[in-house]
Design a protein around this ligand. Structure first.
Ligand code: ADP
Ligand code: MG
Length: 238
């Protein structure tokens, strides 16, 4: 579960092609970071994988099945939005259970899944609070909890920490890495922050103007950057 293949996918908005033909293989359980400057197409690429945008051409395969025409809710992926996407009038418990309620899962099964997710995320004592009564980091964890209960084949994160202050960001980075260690589910994480990419990724995908400049482990990119752009972006001395 969680193997994603992009085959010659492209995306155009009107006459402007923002993703030229692109191939990428993401393996089961990998923590993959898409990194690159603002406007390089990171969010678009993630939204194409999630199905929130349609590819202009090419194919997306998830766990061996062609998902190109599959609607977002049926792809088995969970997009983690920034913490402000929580429902302010609902308790933490109801926020986390929301996708399960929508799917018509029975109450006992909902409760079991919410309890398990809250435990992993250290939210057990906060289940009856509302989002407004939580810290920024706790709110972000609730947003992640809402993804966990769906037991997705992969988690998709789009700059999830950009609204948090610097100290909290470091903390949440560690928490997301730990979550990946314990769940061992594929995670695709978008950021423009080299430090996040270098500290969190198994595999980094460096993008510039919709094009993949290089794919490799943090060490590979650091020691053997393919060009000046990668070297400069990653902060390699080469
Ligand atoms: P990033 O997330 O790396 O900052 P985006 O994927 O948001 O970049 O954007 C990539 C390019 O596609 C940008 O030039 C942006 O203006 C353009 N773009 C993104 N979404 C749309 C859209 N819905 N309509 C037109 N252009 C878009
Ligand atoms: Mg973006």
């Amino acid at each position: 579960m969680g193997q994603i293949t992009l085959k010659q996918i492209t995306k155009s908005f009107g006459d402007v092609q923002v993703i030229p033909p692109l191939d990428l293989q993401i393996d089961d359980g990998e923590f993959v970071v898409f990194v690159g400057p603002s406007g390089c197409g990171k969010s678009t690429l993630l939204r194409l994988i999630a199905g929130l945008e349609d590819v202009s051409s090419g194919d997306i395969t998830i766990d061996g099945k062609n998902a190109t025409e599959v609607p977002p809710a049926k792809r088995g992926l969970a997009m983690v939005f920034q913490s402000y996407a929580l429902y302010p009038h609902m308790s933490v418990r109801k926020n986390i259970a929301f996708p399960l309620r929508m799917a018509g899962i029975d109450k006992a099964a909902q409760d079991a899944k919410v309890t398990a997710a809250a435990k992993v995320l250290n939210l057990t004592d906060y289940l009856d609070r509302r989002p407004g009564q939580l810290s920024g980091g706790q709110r972000q964890r609730v947003a992640i909890g809402r993804a966990i209960v769906r037991e997705p084949a992969a988690f998709l994160f789009d700059e999830p920490l950009s609204n948090l202050d610097a100290a909290l960001r470091v903390n949440m980075r560690l928490e997301i890495s730990e979550l990946h260690q314990s769940l061992k589910t594929t995670m695709i994480y978008v950021t423009h922050d080299q430090v996040e990419a270098m500290t969190m990724a198994d595999k980094i995908v460096v993008l510039q103007a919709g094009k993949i400049e290089q794919v490799g482990s943090p060490l590979e990119l650091y020691h053997t950057p393919r060009n000046k752009f990668v070297a400069g972006f990653i902060g390699s001395p080469k």
